[in-house]
Write a protein that binds this ligand. Structure first.
Ligand SMILES: Cc1cc2nc3c(=O)[nH]c(=O)nc-3n(C[C@H](O)[C@H](O)[C@H](O)COP(=O)(O)OP(=O)(O)OC[C@H]3O[C@@H](n4cnc5c(N)ncnc54)[C@H](O)[C@@H]3O)c2cc1C
Ligand code: FES
Length: 499
């Protein structure tokens, strides 16, 4: 596969476990769909409460978004508390903070209790700024945090970073870990319930129960948890209208010497996110950010910005890996966790983590476990997955809809007649050949790769991402490689190729 991303966490796993493919029809109480940190954490909680369940993973366990995470475990999700307080009031901001603080403690407790070797390390977390105008935003955030009664923060005039920083806010006692080791260890605790290579292609109502379909076998169950990152079912949840995906880039650099102690992210955009780790006995810094909306036309190399910053901080550093991946972004910056839709009772969803899924997956697992057990959960209302508020008041919604209309209708009319010969080397382009639209990528040796350039989700016209050599969908962020293989949902089928 051409798609050149490698997760640094993969290299830290000595033996990747293998689980069976679903090889018979099964009757159970709960079916969890998706084997990332969210699905596995939910499975772990159900296991601890003696609930009968199975977990179906389309590919391999922990082989998607989770394994590309920088894995900071923090309740410091950007300057979010002033935002939530403004939109929904102090009460919701406080519940959001408590839910995520509790998640940090829960993860620590799980790591200790289950004796999980995942490099869990407590560390302070900082939001810094290099622009004085953000000082006011940081001060605002501090005021709101004080009103919430939170005493785990501190405002600082400088940081230990080897770049110029003018102001920062610190959250004490946050943490970081190896997300792959943690998730695989939890999976191992529920190994009898796990099925890999078991792609869910449909969820069907069956009276008061459900049938979950994979291509060959079915799971009959009372309750379902959709933990597939982007929900695999569009209707009646309509999350595809209430979310978009954003791609973030990461470079891993070998800095030889010891680095600073905290985990950092800036207040402004483009994002700069920093965390250290030990890899093969070397001090490594993960420099992440410089995000873009998945499917936007990318013509420059997004890694360059991060690499320049890396060399500025550590002139002798060596870049050892690069990758990017995307997370689901909600329009009001609060994840969707809970009931999928009132028309599908007992189906639950956890999505829209806004790149903070390490704590949020734990929050989600707890809320969903309580729903399944019919317990009350005080955080449930904050994350309500059927809420419509963001639809009423968001500029991003307008941008989303506009882009969907462009890719569904307008751009399709703009495809020009052309010949493959006219396409330069190392370029991807959509052209009309014999009145048929084709997506063509010509590699550096002149080899041609042709795809049907319409997304297999809802048929939007794809764009060529020249940085990663992928076909990306501007509507809801599905991605395909140059061979037409799907690499990111919500699409669940490859696209046709013309080889
Ligand atoms: C660059 C980057 C850095 C990040 N850094 C941080 C960080 O520092 N801290 C933090 O808190 N968060 C961070 N995040 C966010 C975090 O990584 C994600 O929110 C989290 O990993 C999402 O986990 P998940 O289990 O929901 O999704 P995934 O890990 O994607 O798991 C979903 C699973 O569902 C499976 N699936 C999909 N469709 C089907 C189907 N039809 N049938 C069966 N299975 C299916 C997939 O194969 C996949 O294994 C970061 C995100 C990015 C992009
Ligand atoms: S991701 Fe929805 S149409 Fe492509």
């Amino acid at each position: 596969m051409m798609y050149n991303f490698e997760s640094i966490w993969d290299d830290t796993i000595q033996k990747t476990p293998k689980y069976n493919k679903l090889n018979k029809d099964i009757n159970t109480y709960v079916c969890i769909i998706g084997g990332g940190i969210t699905g596995i954490s939910t499975g772990y909680m159900l296991h601890k409460n003696n609930v009968d369940f199975v977990l179906l993973e389309k590919n391999k366990v922990c082989n998607n978004t989770t394994k590309f995470s920088t894995a900071k475990i923090t309740s410091q999700h950007g300057l979010i508390y002033s935002d939530i307080a403004k939109k929904y009031g102090l009460k919701y901001a406080k519940l959001y903070l408590e839910a995520n603080n509790e998640a940090i403690s829960n993860i620590k407790e799980i790591v200790q209790k289950e004796n999980i070797d995942c490099d869990f390390t407590e560390q302070d977390s900082y939001i810094f700024t290099q622009k004085m105008q953000y000082k006011e935003n940081i001060n605002n955030e501090a005021q709101i945090l004080a009103k919430l009664g939170f005493n785990g923060f501190e405002v600082l005039n400088s940081t230990e970073l080897p770049i110029n920083t003018s102001y920062a806010i610190k959250f004490k006692n946050q943490a970081k870990f190896n997300p792959k080791k943690y998730t695989l260890s939890l999976a191992n605790l529920i190994k009898d319930k796990m099925y890999e290579d078991s792609n869910v292609i449909n969820i069907e109502k069956n009276g008061k129960s459900y049938i979950v379909h994979t291509p060959k076998y079915k799971v009959y169950c009372k309750k379902i948890v959709i933990a597939t990152h982007f929900p695999i079912k569009d209707i009646p949840g309509f999350h595809f209208i209430k979310m978009y995906q954003e791609t973030s880039n990461v470079v891993a650099i070998d800095i030889k010497d010891n680095t600073f102690n905290g985990m950092y992210i800036n207040a402004e955009t483009p994002t700069i996110s920093l965390r250290s780790m030990i890899y093969k006995d070397h001090n490594i810094l993960l420099v992440g950010g410089n995000e873009f909306k998945t499917g936007d036309l990318i013509q420059e190399n997004k890694y360059s910005f991060l690499e320049k910053l890396a060399y500025q901080m550590y002139p002798d550093c060596k870049i050892i890996k690069r990758w990017n991946t995307q997370d689901c972004m909600t329009l009001d910056k609060i994840p969707y966790i809970g009931n999928f839709s009132k028309f599908y009772p007992n189906v639950y969803v956890a999505t829209g983590f806004n790149k903070w899924g390490m704590t949020t997956s734990n929050v989600a697992a707890n809320i969903i476990k309580d729903k399944i057990l019919e317990n009350k959960n005080k955080y449930e209302k904050v994350f309500n997955a059927t809420r419509l508020h963001p639809i009423r008041n968001s500029k991003e919604l307008y941008y989303n809809m506009n882009q969907t209309i462009q890719s569904e209708i307008i751009n399709k009319l703009k495809i020009k007649k052309d010949t493959i010969d006219n396409i330069p080397i190392n370029t991807g382009k959509i052209i009309k050949e014999n009145n048929i639209a084709i997506g063509v990528y010509k590699d550096e040796k002149g080899n041609i790769y042709k795809v049907h350039p319409y997304c297999s989700h809802l048929k939007c016209l794809l764009t060529f991402n020249s940085q990663d050599k992928t076909w990306d969908c501007p509507c809801h962020g599905s991605r395909f490689d140059i061979y037409g293989y799907i690499i990111n949902n919500p699409a669940n089928e490859d696209i046709k190729t013309y080889f």
